[in-house]
Design a protein around this ligand. Structure first.
Ligand code: 7TS
Length: 413
C-alpha cells in the first residue's frame, strides 16, 4: 500500500463527522451535504465549546487588568498567538498580527506597506485569479498614491504563466501580492518559486493563503514569504479572526494601520509613541474569545494531521472530478496539474444560480456566482460557476448525492 493511501486510511471519518453537530441536520427533509467549505467551514464542538466556556468562566478584557480574570484571558489570548506561530512555523509571536480575517490582513498591508514603501509610479503585481480582497485594496492604494497594478495572466487550464510573470518586473516593482490557492479554480500556485523570482527582482511578497492554510501544510519560513494572510473561519475556527504574518524586521519598519488603545506606548496631545510588535497593529479590544477558539481549531486540525487532510481531500476531489465528468455537457473550470479541493463547473447552458437552487432542494449546499473573482470570470468568458469545495468531513457518498443530483437536474432542462 502506498504512503498516501496509508495516511488516508488514518482518517476516521465517522469520528470526525461526529465532532460537527451541524452535519446531523437536514434541509428540506434531506441530509445536509455541505460543499461550501471555500466560503466558510463548519465548526467542531471543541471550537464552539471554547467560546461558551470562556464567556462563562474567564471573560475579561486582555492586556490591561491586574485582576485574575484579565490575566487569565490574556494568557489564553497570547497562548493562541503561540499556537498560530507554531502552526505556520513563524520565528516569533511578534510576527503574528491578529486581524478580522484575510480581507483585513490585506487591507492592513496595503495601507501600511503602501505608506512606508511605495511612492507614485511604483508597482504591485497581482494575478488574474485573485479574490476581490486582493484586488480592491491595491486599487484604493492606486487611487491614493498613484501606484500601478500589473496582472499575471494564466493558461486555459488555470495555471499562472510564470514566464509572463517574470516579464512584469521593473525597478518600480515593490510588491507581489498573489493567492496561494485559487478559490474558484483550485489551482495551487507555485508560490515558493514565485517568491524566489520576486526576491531576485528586489520585490517583497504577500501571499493570500485563505484557501491554502486549511488544506495543506504551510511553513512561512520554508516559503520565505514576507507576508502571509489567512482567515480562521475557513479552517474550522470562528468568524471574525484572521492573521497577518510578516517578517519581524519588515513589520517593525511599517507604520500602524489603525490608532487607538493597545497600539500605543505613550500618548500626549503633542506626540504618540507606538507599542512594540505585534500590538502596534492591533488597535482596540481584540476578539480574545475568538482567538482562543481559533487555536482550538488549529489544534483540532493538527491532531488529524495536515498531510492526512491533504491526502484525503485529494482523494475526494479526484473522485468528484471523475463522477462529474460522467455528466453530459459538464464543463470544469480549472484543470491545473496541481489542484486543491475545489471544483467549479457549469452543465450545458444551465444557469449557475438555477443549478445551485435546485441542488439546495436536494440538501446539497454549493456556492454559485462569481465567487468575488469577477476579473477571473471575464478571463473565462462566463458570469459565474457552480462551485463544490470540500472539507475534512466530506465523503464519497456525499459526492454521489451531488453527481446523481446533477444528472437529475440536467435531464430536467
Ligand atoms: N482570499 C481568498 C483566496 C478567498 O477565497 C477569500 C474568501 C478571501 C480572500 C477573503 O476572506 P475573508 O475571510 O476575509 O472573507 N473566499 C470566499 C469564497 O470563495 N466564497 O466566499 C468567500
Amino acid at each position: 500500500m502506498c504512503y498516501m493511501q496509508r495516511i488516508v486510511e488514518m482518517i476516521d471519518i465517522k469520528k470526525i463527522r461526529a465532532d460537527f453537530p451541524i452535519l446531523q441536520r437536514e434541509v428540506y427533509g434531506k441530509p445536509l451535504v455541505y460543499f461550501d467549505n471555500g466560503a466558510t467551514t463548519q465548526k467542531p464542538r471543541v471550537v464552539v465549546d471554547s467560546i461558551v466556556d470562556e464567556y462563562y468562566s474567564v471573560n475579561a478584557n486582555v492586556h490591561r487588568g491586574v485582576h485574575f480574570l484579565s490575566q487569565q484571558a490574556t494568557v489564553l489570548h497570547e497562548n493562541s498567538r503561540e499556537t498560530v506561530k507554531q502552526f505556520i512555523n513563524a520565528r516569533s509571536t511578534n510576527e503574528i498580527i491578529f486581524t478580522r480575517g484575510t480581507t483585513e490582513s490585506i487591507n492592513l498591508l496595503a495601507c501600511s506597506f503602501g505608506e512606508a514603501f511605495m511612492e507614485e509610479g511604483d508597482e504591485v503585481i497581482i494575478s488574474v485569479m485573485e479574490h476581490h480582497s486582493n484586488i480592491v485594496p491595491w486599487q484604493l492604494l492606486a487611487a491614493r498614491k498613484g501606484i500601478g497594478i500589473k496582472v499575471i495572466p494564466m493558461n486555459d487550464k488555470g495555471e499562472l504563466l510564470i514566464d509572463e510573470y517574470k516579464k512584469l518586473f521593473s525597478e518600480k516593482t515593490k510588491l507581489v501580492s498573489v493567492t496561494h490557492v485559487s478559490n474558484v479554480l483550485g489551482t495551487i500556485n507555485p508560490i515558493a518559486e514565485m517568491i524566489e523570482i520576486a526576491h531576485a527582482n528586489g520585490a517583497y511578497v504577500l501571499v493570500d493563503g485563505a484557501q491554502a492554510v486549511p488544506h495543506t501544510k504551510v511553513d512561512v519560513q520554508e516559503l520565505d514569504a514576507d507576508f502571509y494572510a489567512f482567515s480562521s473561519h475557513k479552517i474550522y475556527g470562528p468568524t471574525g479572526i484572521g492573521v497577518l504574518y510578516g517578517k519581524e524586521d519588515l513589520l517593525d519598519r511599517l507604520p500602524p494601520y489603525q490608532g487607538g488603545g493597545e497600539m500605543i506606548q505613550t500618548v500626549t496631545f503633542e506626540k504618540t509613541t507606538f507599542n512594540e510588535l505585534p500590538f502596534k497593529f492591533e488597535a482596540g479590544t481584540p476578539d480574545y474569545i475568538g482567538t482562543t477558539a481559533f487555536a482550538k481549531a488549529l489544534d483540532y486540525v493538527t491532531a488529524i494531521g495536515l498531510d492526512a487532510i491533504a491526502a484525503y481531500e485529494h482523494e475526494l476531489t479526484t473522485y468528484a472530478t471523475q463522477r462529474l465528468k460522467e455528466i453530459e455537457g459538464m464543463r470544469i473550470f480549472g484543470e491545473a496539474d496541481s489542484k486543491g479541493s475545489v471544483i467549479s463547473f457549469l452543465v450545458n447552458d444551465i444557469h449557475h444560480f438555477d443549478m445551485g437552487t435546485l441542488l439546495d432542494r436536494l440538501g446539497v449546499a454549493v456556492r454559485t456566482g462569481h465567487h468575488c473573482a469577477q476579473p477571473l470570470m471575464q478571463r473565462l468568458g462566463i458570469t459565474g460557476t457552480v462551485r463544490a469545495s470540500f472539507g475534512i468531513y466530506n465523503t464519497k457518498e456525499e459526492i454521489d448525492v451531488l453527481a446523481e443530483g446533477l444528472k437529475r437536474i440536467s435531464s430536467m432542462f
